[in-house]
Design a protein around this ligand. Structure first.
Ligand code: SAM
Length: 282
């Protein structure tokens, strides 16, 4: 494929849901390289089959990236061309791949990125929020304390903020955002390019007041207005929502009172005793 003695590392984006989003060039490159480093070989195998491509697959993921990365660099140094693909979207964007790029550049190898699908940018362009300036945050830390630290840092950004989030953490992340950012416009983009694609264009206050509006299934990008860019940036200084109301809602949803108090205290970063006292005062 190339005339240098060393091989080339191709970064090949793959569809985030709709197979028609695979580019001609991506198909050609995958068909021409000597091997494909894939995050999930089974998943990539299905994609390759769809495009009638048969190539050796190398499993390269978060948990084996150190040793496999070295082996891939050795292959490149021997003159093999390798494509790196992630599960979906752009390799190296919240995906393994960045390490391989660093190693390849360190070894003075050529790295060729292909443009293509990416969930964050796909959500941004239809979000109706500022596209002139934005910050990609990706996944927030899983733990509350670290997550709040990152959110506090992001609260100062003037451009639009782009987050990835798993469905089971979505609700607590939305509450944390509301607590740290105050009210801001938000677009929740779900299942982009897929059959059940939806865009919820709203604000953090309205969403946190009724979290049952959201379908907690599928894949999500959260697009949040920056500190000065949104149309609705009123900052919440006191209790943004009533803890008593939140506890009542959770109880109505089938949660035991003690558990509901614990959950609300966790969401808003306050002590269980404070929530308990407010609930008991009713
Ligand atoms: N490399 C990918 C890219 O370029 O977008 C991102 C990979 S990251 C491991 C996976 C996360 O991206 C998901 O948890 C979700 O937040 C987001 N995502 C991926 N596909 C999506 C889709 N079709 N709709 C909405 N979000 C998506």
């Amino acid at each position: 494929m190339n005339e240098n003695k060393k091989g080339t590392l191709y970064l090949v984006p793959t569809p985030i849901g709709n197979l028609e989003d695979m580019t001609y060039r991506a198909v050609r490159v995958l068909g021409e390289v000597d091997a494909i480093a894939a995050e999930d070989t089974r998943h990539t195998g299905i994609l390759l089959k769809h495009f009638d491509i048969s190539k050796p697959l190398i499993s390269y993921h978060e948990h084996n990236k150190t040793e496999k990365g070295t082996a891939i660099i050795d292959m490149l140094l021997e003159g093999k061309d390798i494509a790196c693909v992630s599960d979906a979207g752009m390799p190296a964007i919240s995906d393994p791949g960045a390490d391989l790029v660093a190693k390849a550049i360190d070894a003075d190898l050529e790295v060729v990125p292909l443009p293509g699908p990416n969930a964050a940018l796909t959500a941004l362009i239809a979000s109706n929020l500022d596209t002139k300036q934005f910050t990609f945050v990706g996944f927030l830390p899983k733990r509350g304390k670290h997550r709040n630290e990152v959110l506090q840092l992001m609260a100062k950004q003037t451009g639009t903020l782009l987050f990835y989030e798993a469905p089971h953490r979505l609700e607590e992340v939305l509450f944390d955002m509301y607590k740290v950012f105050g009210n801001r416009p938000i677009t929740i983009a779900r299942e982009l390019t897929k059959k059940f694609q939806t865009f919820m264009r709203s604000d953090l206050a309205s969403i946190c007041k009724d979290v049952t509006q959201i379908t907690y299934k599928g894949e999500f990008v959260l697009v949040v207005g920056g500190v000065e860019t949104g149309t609705n940036t009123e900052v919440v200084t006191d209790e943004p929502i009533s803890y008593e109301e939140e506890v009542t809602k959770l109880i109505a949803g089938g949660m035991a009172k003690k558990e509901a108090i614990r959950e609300v205290a966790k969401r808003f970063g306050v002590s269980r005793r404070d929530v308990y006292n407010l609930v008991e005062r009713q």
